[in-house]
Design a protein around this ligand. Structure first.
Ligand SMILES: [Zn+2]
Length: 211
């Protein structure tokens, strides 16, 4: 039996459909705050995975450590991501798989806010049995990719401005260990379209044209 977790609440909402033009976009500023600094390999893998998952929608990101934020960044669109718990793969327990929420996005009075939290330790605990089976050389990268998939899920809620979920792929509401560790995991066409036709996407297009 596969284990699955709820990433966040499922509520009814429909994406707005519009026309998508293939304009290079301005980057989205992603402010990050880590409770524990991740190893460079983990951080690079998570950034690469977010970039790869979001590439079909045209969204790309400028990662800024919150402590290094100058306040003068280009703020067309932004999100703040807080990573909690241990973000490394030291002392994995091969006998335990821990279930719990992996990530969530804040909503206030029905409005989706650009603030997401990703539970590094929760993701670690959920996949640690299978992570141990992966060769030591590839383990940090696999863990970073798994975190990146949870980040991409929350960014979808924020930038598609929707609480709805897909039936499969990165936009679905529950992930299995296999989803987090498989070689490839992407959005379905519907979620990708919701990102392409979002207000955020249009604002980033206009910002790019104005440069
Ligand atoms: Zn969700």
């Amino acid at each position: 039996m596969m284990k699955a977790l709820f990433l966040c609440l499922v509520l009814a909402a429909l994406p707005a459909f519009g026309e998508y033009q293939d304009t290079p976009l301005a980057p989205i500023a992603l402010y990050t705050q880590f409770q524990q600094t991740p190893p460079p390999v983990v951080f690079k893998a998570l950034q690469d995975e977010v970039g790869s998952i979001m590439a079909p929608s045209g969204l790309h990101f400028s990662w800024i450590a919150q402590t290094a934020a100058s306040g003068s960044e280009d703020l067309v669109e932004l999100a703040v991501i807080t990573f909690s718990g241990k973000c490394d793969i030291v002392d994995l327990d091969p006998h335990r798989s821990v279930s719990g929420p992996l990530g969530w996005t804040h909503i206030s009075n029905g409005v989706i806010l650009p603030f997401a939290e990703v539970d590094c330790q929760g993701i670690r605990g959920f996949i640690q049995k299978q992570l141990r089976i992966i060769s030591a050389d590839d383990r940090e990268e696999a863990y970073g990719r798994a975190i990146g998939r949870v980040v991409a899920h929350e960014l979808y809620h924020i930038f598609a401005n929707t609480t709805r979920h897909g039936s499969s792929g990165v936009g679905k509401s529950k992930y299995t260990v296999q989803d987090l560790l498989s070689a490839r995991f992407q959005f379905e066409a519907r979620e990708s379209l919701a990102l392409k036709t979002s207000k955020a996407h249009a604002a980033l297009e206009w910002a790019a044209i104005g440069r």
